[in-house]
Design a protein around this ligand. Structure first.
Ligand code: 6K6
Length: 148
């Protein structure tokens, strides 16, 4: 099973440590194409390989993926674009969102929360997501292997 994980890069790297934790969990279910998104050493400046290269490579990975899991708390044009592409291609899309509270309350774009082909899961920390991942991605790799 191949999973494309999307998280903000030029939209801001504030949540990079959280992306890392999510990627660690997703790796229990399948191959994560974009594990570098959780790398705290990557800044908004990123790899020096050229934007056309990044765009074409990432879309090829997304096309080859069985699922898109996106962290959408920090608004990112690239993540929104990948969600649009994945829904157009009929891929299952799970969006993870931390709504915040009190003065920190954030609202998710209606283009994501209002999209019928996207599953939005609110959460506060990645430790809460095990059940969500099991429902969306099925049983973890180790349990699949034990059954075979
Ligand atoms: C690597 C680390 C920092 O910058 C880079 C080079 N840029 C990218 N490398 C890999 N994927 C990228 C890069 N820029 C955007 N993306 C894709 O768009 C990723 O799959 C992310 O999910 C999404 C982030 O978009 P922005 O608009 O926040 O950059």
């Amino acid at each position: 099973m191949k999973i494309y994980f999307a998280g903000s890069i030029r939209g801001g790297r504030q949540d990079a440590a959280l992306y890392y934790e999510i990627v660690q969990q997703l790796q229990n279910y399948g191959e994560v194409f974009t594990e570098h998104i959780g790398n705290a050493e990557l800044t908004e400046l990123g790899e020096d390989v050229g934007d056309r290269y990044i765009h074409d490579r990432d879309l090829a990975w997304l096309k080859a993926a069985d699922y898109l899991v996106a962290e959408v708390t920090g608004p990112s044009l690239g993540v929104g674009y990948e969600i649009g592409k994945a829904t157009e291609w009929g891929k299952p899309v799970l969006c993870l969102y931390r709504p915040g509270n009190g003065d920190e309350r954030r609202l998710l774009s209606a283009m994501i929360s209002g999209c019928s082909s996207v599953t939005v899961q609110e959460y506060q920390n990645p430790g809460e997501l095990t059940r969500t991942f099991e429902q969306f991605l099925g049983v973890p790799k180790l349990m699949r292997a034990a059954k075979d």
